[in-house]
Design a protein around this ligand. Structure first.
Ligand SMILES: C[S@@+](CC[C@H](N)C(=O)[O-])C[C@H]1O[C@@H](n2cnc3c(N)ncnc32)[C@H](O)[C@@H]1O
Length: 530
């Protein structure tokens, strides 16, 4: 076990944040299933294998009344997290360097227990311990999140992994192994002279190897342990610990049947969408290779019929734009709204429904903030009246109909449902203030966690500098002044040659003209504190 700590100490896992393990997401899904989970802003959350705290720290910052505990074996990761906690002055989070096997289960109950990127990469003993901790430490209405590699899709990954492991066994250092894995994945992918099914599988796997961060490739694909299980096997293990299936953490993963042939969909319908068998057959049809499963105690009476009230009691958000040329108005002409963030084609809706059109426009207007169903209803109603609809409005029917339409859009990934409103604003104000955690991250790399707990990449040094300057003590003229100073400082010989200086100068001039636009962009990304 010590070996795996050394490996994570040597080659750091990238600092990712995942919206699907935020207590807001877990509470929302639990509420949709009729549970009464702890509110995200007054909860207790445990993360197993928390790495450097890139999930836990921004959560603790955004939810000051909630308490967070993270454990991880790798001391460098824990030290890095502790340094950030100290710099941010957070008192509601603790990170312990500890083997999960030594976790003592007498630390009270947790409303949420999450383990991302852990289960498939640890021994069976540790897997059992993860379930043991969830069984004993999860509060009665609590929700646990466990991600893991699944079969049958995992077979393809395992086929290539075994070849890569064999090839890389001749090399000693982690860096050599990463380079050789990439080299060999490329070589086998192009080894077939004539097109054949083996060659196209290898080509697909090559794409996967190359789109991964090199350190993730090392820890995930080349790891000593990489177990893959069928969903039903995972759930059998969960049942031994008196845990049951609640749902998947990404609503798009529950019934992704858009690309499945109708007779197969008919079988899924017969089995029920959130049953063990229904989900298992879905994995067979999809060739699923990864799951992010939510569990709760078997004693919880889950009600899977999502009622209108459960939807209308939540907050709604969406960042979708009309992508057809037709005017968005109260006529019954069709408009296609597509998600701005998602490359997934199913994250879109074609609607001729005037109220739905008004709703999508209102949501885009307030993005990235979620708003209550009632506030959305009122805003959309007002917009509709301004559009002067040709037909009268039947509020009672429309209320229920809207809730159902939004739920369908939520399952498709076009609309988000929330239980909590983050403290963010899209309007920069006179003294713009960016998330302190994002400012800290921008000193170290390109991956930045937003106040929505998703991540964006900011590559350009000048944009990172701008983000760092947004600490609430500068107005626009001071920001511009300090940014120009930073650009000038970067022109010193030790900071780059003439090429960099030219770029820096041009970027400085560009910002002078476009500061407002850049601030608005940060606002829409969810980086500005309200
Ligand atoms: C793949 S990383 C995932 C980190 C983070 N959860 C994420 O998803 O970004 C797995 C983490 O689990 C930790 N880990 C592995 N085995 C462990 C054990 N037995 N006890 C505690 N932590 C462990 C590793 O040190 C590493 O930080």
């Amino acid at each position: 076990m010590m070996e795996s700590a050394i490996v994570y100490d040597e080659i750091e896992y990238p600092a990712y944040s995942y919206p699907q393990i935020h207590p807001d997401r877990l509470a929302t899904i639990a509420r949709l299933h009729g549970m009464a989970p702890a509110p995200p802003d007054r909860c207790r959350l445990l993360e197993l294998g928390c790495g450097c705290g890139s999930n836990l720290i921004p959560m603790a910052l955004g939810l000051p009344e909630s308490r967070f505990l993270g454990i991880d074996l790798a001391s460098t990761q824990i030290s890095k997290g502790r340094r950030q906690i100290a710099r941010l002055g957070l008192a509601n989070i603790r990170m312990d360097q500890l083997d999960i096997q030594d976790f003592s289960e007498d630390q009270g109950l947790f409303d949420y227990i999450v383990a991302h990127g852990l289960y498939s990469w640890v021994s069976e003993t540790v897997q059992e311990k993860i379930f043991g901790i969830i069984e004993k430490c999860l509060s009665p209405e609590g929700v646990a999140y466990v991600s893991y590699n699944t079969l049958p899709g995992g077979h393809l990954r395992l086929m290539v992994r075994e070849m890569l492991l064999y090839h890389c066994s001749r090399f000693d250092s982690a860096r050599q192994k990463i380079e050789e894995a990439r080299f060999f994945a490329e070589l086998i992918a192009k080894s077939q002279i004539r097109p054949n099914s083996y060659g196209s599988l290898l080509q697909q796997e090559r794409e996967r190897v190359f789109c991964r961060h090199p350190h993730v490739l090392f820890h995930d694909e080349l790891a000593e342990c990489n177990s893959n299980v069928y969903f039903h096997q995972f759930m059998t293990q969960a049942a031994h610990h008196h845990l049951q299936f609640l749902s998947e953490a990404d609503p798009r993963d529950v019934q992704p049947t858009a690309n499945i042939e109708p007779s197969a969909v008919a079988l899924l319908k017969k089995l029920g969408s959130e049953t063990i068998a229904g989900q298992q057959y879905l994995d067979f049809f999809l060739g699923r290779r990864f799951r992010q499963t939510l569990l709760c105690h078997s004693s919880v009476a889950i009600d899977r019929t999502v009622t209108v009230d459960r939807i209308t009691n939540l907050l709604v958000a969406a960042n979708a734009k009309p992508t057809t040329s037709s005017l968005v108005d109260a006529s019954d002409s069709e408009v296609l709204f597509s998600s701005v963030d998602s490359k997934d084609e199913s994250a879109s809706i074609t609607t001729s429904h005037p109220l739905m059109k008004a709703v999508m426009v209102c949501l885009e207007d307030v993005w990235p903030l979620p708003i209550s169903f009632q506030a959305l209803w009122d805003a959309a109603h007002n917009l509709l009246l301004a559009w002067n609809p040709p037909k009268p409005f039947d509020s009672c029917n429309e209320w229920n109909c809207l809730a159902k339409m939004l739920f369908v859009c939520y399952q498709a990934g076009l609309v988000e449902l929330h239980s909590w409103k983050p403290h963010l604003t899209s309007k920069p104000g006179k003294w713009p203030l960016a998330s302190p955690f994002a400012r800290l991250q921008s000193l170290e790399g390109d991956l930045i966690t937003t106040l929505r707990h998703d991540q964006v990449q900011i590559h350009q040094a000048v944009n990172k500098k701008l983000l760092q300057l947004l600490d609430g003590t500068r107005d626009r003229s001071m920001i511009l002044h300090d940014l120009q100073e930073a650009v000038l400082a970067s022109q010193s010989p030790e900071n780059g040659g003439p090429e960099l200086n030219e770029t820096a100068k041009r970027t400085g001039e560009m910002l002078d003209a476009d500061l407002d636009r850049h601030l608005e962009d940060f606002g829409r990304l969810g980086l500005l504190v309200s």
